[in-house]
Design a binder for this molecule. Structure first.
Ligand code: NAD
Ligand code: TDX
Length: 332
């Protein structure tokens, strides 16, 4: 089996490559990545180059995508502009990569009749009230809020249309908030850990009541592998591990695990249009494909993640200055 992993030098993509490398030792993996500010070849260090190949290119480059897809059995499409705050600052790369890039991949998998798995997010469904008993299911209507989530929603719609109109062999997964090693320091959990490591206070948007449904990135990877191998073509699967926590609780837990007072954080201005709550019902994936999350102890997962950032300062330091400079411009 030869797979092409777009965005495989980013956070979730590189964790997926490492997961497949271990779980499917006979598979040949090619990472296709533009290496934007979020991509880092260090994320793939230590992997045998005879099994993991790398192409540096843009998914909007139809010739590069065509050549790479002609030479593979399946495409797992992670590449995206992924950060909500950046999409509020400048939506244009989100339109390019998330919409035009996905379209470019769809045209190539259509031409060469290749299997595609498209990685998406729970944010396409909008947000829930704090006391809403319902969670997102594959039948929840799309209602995205931000330039990021609307372009992800648009990319999902393109995949669905290419399945129905052209018979493309694609599946889609919508996952909740991931955490784990190699996550860019612009994102919530690594930002707070590295703020504390640099001697500053964590930054909570607004009152911190917003709820995210946290999942360890290895559980996301096992869900994607299950769908790739056993999923029904044309179907959408939701991946989540019942990990709902509000942001205030997460910051307090990080502070506690790092030996600080749990009130030692600061409130900063809220994100415009900030989604209140995400919650995933993953019963379809569990019942139909037998998937189960393994990393259900969030406190332990967070402890290991903190340890990783403590031990890998050389990995995150270069990103940190740039990420914080961007935040200073927005007062967050
Ligand atoms: P990331 O920002 O860490 O990584 C994105 C990767 O894509 C980087 O390596 C970057 O260089 C590459 N890339 C960006 N534009 C490209 C282009 N035009 N051509 C080729 N490569 C390009 O993102 P992430 O957090 O790892 O997210 C990966 C995927 O998972 C995205 O599709 C995202 O929407 C989805 N997702 C993320 C989360 C989360 O919690 N982070 C949750 C659910 C779904
Ligand atoms: O400093 C911060 N303080 C804070 O309170 C940051 C960076 C974030 N937040 C809040 C905003 C969100 O409520 O924390 C929550 C998580 O923020 P992000 O890490 O930016 O994630 P989110 O906006 O929820 O989106 C993430 O999950 C879904 C990923 O970035 C997306 O790619 C994915 O689709």
């Amino acid at each position: 089996m030869k797979i092409l992993v777009t965005g495989g030098a980013g956070f979730i993509g590189s964790n997926f490559v490492r997961y497949i490398y271990k779980e499917r030792p006979d598979w040949d993996i090619t990472v296709f990545d533009k290496l934007t500010y979020a991509g880092n070849l260090k994320n793939l260090e230590g992997l045998d180059e005879s099994r993991v190949h790398f192409i540096k290119a843009d998914i909007c480059d139809s010739e590069a995508i065509d050549n790479a897809i002609a030479d593979t059995d399946a495409v797992i499409h992670f590449a995206a502009e992924s950060h909500n705050d950046n999409s509020l600052f400048d939506p244009s790369p989100f339109i390019q990569t998330n919409l035009i890039g996905t379209y470019t991949i769809l045209e190539a998998v259509r031409k060469y009749n290749k299997r595609l798995h498209h990685i998406s997010t729970d944010e396409v469904y909008g947000d829930l009230e704090l006391d809403d008993p319902a969670k997102f299911t594959p039948n929840t209507p799309y209602n995205p809020s931000s330039p990021y989530s609307s372009t992800k929603a648009g990319s999902d719609m393109l995949v669905r249309a290419w399945v129905r109109s052209f018979g493309v062999k694609a599946t889609i997964s919508n996952c909740s908030n991931n955490y784990g090693p190699y996550q860019h320091v612009e994102k919530f959990i690594p930002r707070q850990i590295t703020e504390i490591l640099e001697g500053r206070k964590p930054k909570l948007y607004g009152a911190g009541e917003n709820v995210r449904d946290w999942i360890h990135t290895d559980d996301h990877s096992s869900g994607v592998l299950a769908i790739l191998e056993k999923g029904k073509i044309g179907d959408t699967y939701l991946i989540g591990a019942d990990g709902e926590k509000n942001n205030k609780q997460v910051i307090e837990l990080i502070l506690e695990l790092m030996g600080k007072s749990s009130s030692d954080y600061e409130h900063v201005s809220d994100r415009p249009g900030h989604d209140l709550r995400y919650a995933i019902d993953s019963s379809k994936l569990e019942n139909e494909l037998g998937w189960k999350p393994r990393y259900t102890d969030f406190k332990l997962g967070l402890k290991n993640t903190i340890k990783w950032y403590r031990e890998n300062e050389a990995w995150w330091k270069p990103q940190k200055i740039e990420a914080e400079a961007k935040y200073r411009k927005t007062g967050r």
